[in-house]
Structure formats: structure tokens, C-alpha cells
Design a protein around this ligand. Structure first.
Ligand code: G6P
Length: 473
């Protein structure tokens, strides 16, 4: 049955997992995208195409929680070359300011092309005449153009969930022109920040040679492509309701109790990723303890590090480094029953996260580069009593909106130490003033507003197609 809306993302909102009894089942994959997309899917008779993790093949489309899902299979070699390789060892570090060194391998690129082609073909099969297709993220940047070739009748949107780098970095990529041309298959290309959209338009002008004017690209075939920012957000109301629920309030108290009821709880929540600045923040905290500014009897740091991309070498090395550091800090500063750092290598359901946010006095988010960082917004959404301090990296997209956080440069350990200490010692009035302003921002710009504004942008995009006038023409 053809669909009026097709969502194409590398991951499905559910993962295929092995259950305790050895049979296979589905588990909601963590991540906020599904709450964002769900209302749009329901309103539009939509289907979601994506990979459920693993190497299962021949999985049929199915329904989960009222959403129609079409699983894509991936071979072990594609997982290695397309997913771990080109997506996460080439593009991921390249798009995050070379925090790690990107690797360029021609076989990985071939696999990227092949998998993108398969996703495009599947979308072409499932889309109704004139349907809207919304493609997501860096794993699938060739899909828009491939899909347009197969189905010129479609309206195609693309959204990049991670940063888009400046030309100086992007041009290292041997396949830079193909990626730009791939994205130009869309009618609307959405980014987190205005700067990213500008980077893209500038690159298109320089590398592909198309005419551009502000946020528009004029293609020789008469189409126009718009590149614009749509800062993503979270289900703010959902998080607040959860934080207010009796069970979460009780769980938050239980967590503090289990931590030994310290005066202040610091919290970090990240995928275990080298872009997140986990090492530097723990070091800053440890130095504050070493210098006597923070006492282990008064404060504790809880660091949740969700396992991620564990087959990729850089991620394995990072895990070893962080775990060594945590061991050293606890050895140096901990006492019996009072470790300085509670380190959890695990991911948790949303309710447990809400309880952790509710239990934390100082939330520490210090990435070297991050498209948005939804953890920062989730923390704010959960602090319905207008308390809690947020220490936030200037290099997270969220810093553009959450100006009242204690903003830090994660490369500057001394600066980070001062900010942590200020946030730790800030008086209630100051904390409330800042949190109130941030809460206003997050509740007024939630994920539902984000999805609606992208969809409106997409239905307006391409209206100049007929009777196109390029500037100066
Ligand atoms: C980031 C990316 C997503 C990705 C997620 C988890 O948020 O923007 O596209 O799905 O990380 O990473 P994984 O590799 O497990 O899908």
C-alpha cells in the first residue's frame, strides 16, 4: 500500500533484540526522534524505513504502537563498511571538527553508495504519487538525489541531526561533491543552526558551482533548494509530566539516598563518544577535589556513559581512557562508601533518566562539538521548580538557545573548573533566575513545534520551481 509520508532514517524507532527466552523481539530504541516524528506520521498515513540493528534479513513491514515500520536489512560487511566505517569513522569525526581523525577508505565509500541506493529504492517503492519523503541524518546523504532520479514526483526533505562543518574541513572529503549533490536532491535541507546552513550553501557555490542567494540554491534544471536552520528540541511537556509524577519524585529521592544524601549531586549523561568531552569534565571535577574546593563528603559526580558503536576502534580506546581515569580519581579522592565518581556504563529508560535529572543539582554537558545536545534540554524540562544549574559547552548547538547556562569552553580546563565551582556555589536566587529563562525557551520551542515547522517549510519549498528566476537572469 503506498504511503503519503515516508520517513527514512538509518535506525528504526525499535531495535530487534534477543529476549531472555532466546526468541527475537522488538525493543524501543532510545532517542528522541520517534516522539518528534510520531504525531506527523499519525496525521499523514506514514511509514518509517530504517535498520533495526543486527544482520537479520527478510524482515517484513510491521506495526508497532500504531506506527508502520519497514525494516531494512544490512549484511555484516555493510555494518562494518557503511555503518561503523564511512558513517562513524569518516563522516562522524569529519563533521565534528575532527575531534578524532577521520579515515578515508574507498571500499567504505562504495558501501555507503550501495546502502544509500537501497534505502532510496525502498522509499521509491513505498511512496504514493506526489508523497512527501523526509530523510534523516548523515548516514543517508545520498538518498535525496537517488530518490529524485527514481521518483521526480516526490517532495523530498532532508534533516541533518549533527553539525555541518565549515568548508575548510569538509573539503578534505574525497567525495565532497557527491555528498553535496546527494543533498541537493531535496527540496528543503534542514540543519540545527544557521551557521551550518550557511556552510552548506557556500560549499555548493564553491564546489558545485550553482548560483545561490541567501538560503536558496538555484539548480540548472530550474529547481530551487532551500537550506535553513530548524533547531531540534524535545517533548518538553512529556518530560515535565514525568518529572512531576509520584514515581519519578520518589525514585529521585531514592537515588539521592543511595548516593549518601550528599549536599550536591553533579550529573553527566552521554553516549560514550569522544565528541562529548567526558574525560575533560571529570578531570576538572577531580582537580577541584584535589585543591580542596569540593569535598567528597559534600558532593558526588554521577556519570552515565551509554554504550555506543563499540566495534569502532576510537570508541574502544575512549572507553579504556575514561575507565582508567575514573579508577584513578576514585582511588585518589574516594573514601569507604563515598566514591567521588559514580560511573555507569549503561543506558536507561526515560523515567529513570527523568529521576536522575530531578536528583541532580548541577548538570554538566561539555561536548567539544555537538549538533544540539538534547540532554541539556531534557534537564531543563525536568526542573519544574526552577532550580538546578546547567554547565554547558559553547560548542553544543543548545548553547545558542540556553544562554543563561554557565557556558564553558571544554578545551579550557581552568575555565571549566571556575564554571563548575560557580554553578556549585551559586545562590538559589541566581540559579532560579537562570533556570526560569531557560525553561521558557525549552517549553516554547518543543519538538512538536520543530517537526511542524519543518513540515510547513517542506510544503512551501520548491514553490518557485515554475517560472524560476535566478538572480541576475
Ligand atoms: C546521533 C546521530 C543519530 C544516531 C545516534 C545514535 O544522535 O545523530 O543518527 O542514531 O547518534 O548512534 P547509533 O550509531 O547508535 O545509531
Amino acid at each position: 500500500m503506498p504511503y503519503d509520508l515516508v520517513i527514512v532514517a538509518n535506525r528504526l524507532p525499535v531495535d530487534r533484540v534477543e529476549l531472555a527466552d532466546g526468541t527475537k523481539g522488538w525493543r524501543t530504541s532510545p532517542g528522541g526522534l520517534v516522539t518528534a516524528i510520531e504525531p506527523v506520521m499519525r496525521a499523514n498515513h506514514g511509514i518509517w524505513i530504517g535498520w533495526p540493528g543486527g544482520t537479520d534479513s527478510d524482515l517484513e513491514p510491521f506495526e508497532s504502537d500504531g506506527l508502520e515500520l519497514a525494516p531494512m536489512s544490512m549484511s555484516a560487511q555493510e555494518i562494518e563498511e557503511f555503518y561503523e566505517g564511512f558513517s562513524n569513522a569518516t563522516l562522524w569525526p569529519l563533521y565534528h571538527d575532527l575531534v578524532a581523525k577521520p579515515e578515508f577508505h574507498r571500499e567504505w565509500w562504495d558501501s555507503y553508495v550501495q546502502v544509500n541506493q537501497r534505502f532510496a529504492e525502498r522509499a521509491a517503492e513505498l511512496a504514493a504519487e506526489g508523497a512527501t519523503v523526509w530523510v534523516h541524518d548523515y548516514q543517508l546523504q545520498l538518498v535525496p538525489q537517488m530518490l529524485r532520479t527514481l521518483r521526480p514526483d516526490l517532495r523530498i526533505g532532508f534533516y541533518l541531526h549533527i553539525p555541518f562543518p565549515p568548508a575548510e574541513l569538509f573539503q578534505q572529503l574525497p567525495w565532497r561533491r557527491q555528498i553535496l549533490e546527494g543533498l541537493l536532491g531535496a527540496d528543503l535541507v534542514g540543519f540545527q543552526l544557521a551557521g551550518a546552513a550557511q556552510n552548506f550553501v557556500r560549499l555548493v557555490r564553491q564546489r558545485v558551482g550553482h548560483k545561490t542567494h541567501r538560503d536558496l540554491v538555484y539548480l540548472p534544471d530550474g529547481r530551487t533548494v532551500r537550506a535553513a536552520p530548524f533547531p531540534i528540541s524535545i517533548d518538553a511537556r512529556g518530560f515535565e509530566e514525568m518529572a512531576r509524577s509520584e514515581s519519578v519524585v520518589a525514585r529521585a529521592a531514592e537515588l539521592r539516598e543511595a548516593l549518601g544524601n550528599p549536599r550536591k549531586v553533579f550529573l553527566g549523561v552521554d553516549r560514550l563518544d569522544y565528541t562529548k568531552g567526558i574525560y575533560a569534565r571529570l578531570r576538572a571535577f577531580a582537580e577541584l577535589m584535589g585543591e580542596g574546593h569540593i569535598d567528597v563528603e559534600d558532593a558526588v559526580f554521577v556519570q552515565v556513559a551509554a554504550p555506543s558503536r563499540e566495534q569502532v576502534e576510537q570508541y574502544r580506546l575512549l572507553r579504556d581512557e575514561i575507565e582508567r581515569l575514573v579508577g584513578r580519581i576514585n582511588g585518589d579522592h574516594g573514601r569507604i562508601g563515598r566514591p567521588a565518581i559514580h560511573y555507569l556504563h549503561s543506558s536507561y529508560p526515560r523515567e529513570e533518566m527523568a529521576a536522575m535529572y530531578a536528583a541532580a543539582d548541577v548538570m554538566v554537558v561539555t561536548p567539544y562539538r555537538d549538533g544540539m545536545n538534547l540532554v541539556a534540554k531534557e534537564y531543563v524540562a525536568c526542573r519544574y521548580q526552577d532550580d538546578g544549574a546547567l554547565v554547558l559547552s559553547e560548542f553544543a548547538g543548545a548553547a545558542d538557545e540556553l544562554r543563561q547556562a554557565w557556558l564553558v569552553n571544554p578545551h579550557d580546563i581552568n575555565g571549566m573548573k571556575s564554571a563548575l565551582l560557580e554553578a556549585y556555589q551559586a545562590d538559589e536566587k541566581e540559579v532560579t533566575r537562570r533556570m526560569r529563562a531557560m525553561r521558557k525557551q525549552v517549553t516554547q520551542h518543543d519538538v512538536q513545534a520543530w517537526a511542524a515547522s519543518f513540515m510547513t517549510g517542506l510544503s512551501d519549498a520548491g514553490v518557485h520551481d515554475k517560472d524560476v528566476r535566478t538572480p541576475g537572469a
